[in-house]
Write a protein that binds this ligand. Sequence first.
Ligand code: DQA
Length: 165
Amino acid sequence: MNSETGPKQVLVVHGPNLNMLGLREPDTYGRTRLADIDSKLVLSGTRWGLTVQVFQSNHEGAIVDKLHSAMGTIDGLIINPAAYTHTSIAIRDALAMLSVPIIEVHLSNIHKREAFRHTSLMAAIVTGQIVGLGADGYYLALHALADILETSALLAPEDKDQKHS
Ligand code: DQA
């Protein structure tokens, strides 16, 4: 179950080809490996009162299945749907079933790239998006979730008073 008292549960989902980060078009996506991003997310989560689970798949249905199994068990979600951002109504519909804050992350600035990357089918149903900041986007997304879920000891009390929707 998602947590009322203990650490809040955050799921991080990475879509297709992101397992190749570091090797894949490094000028566009950076040189940081996915394993390094994931381990930093898990570590940052422990500092901010969040238990972080990471998941990567190259398969649309596997991502949909993961989102189904997350229903009722997580308090927040970070997702980089990668190429499925622009094509997958199935992933959008699965996200729409979740009643938790969702941050969509893209390493590259999809709006500066080819026209087919300018549209995110997820955009209208997520809480917020972070694009173009490379791997830092994931850590900023986790910090945003800590703020929204009000878990972080690092956040100033006045910040915690602000409400997000
Ligand atoms: C991406 C952008 C997508 O257009 C692309 O298909 C990806 C990665 C990003 O993180 O910048 O695989 O989501």
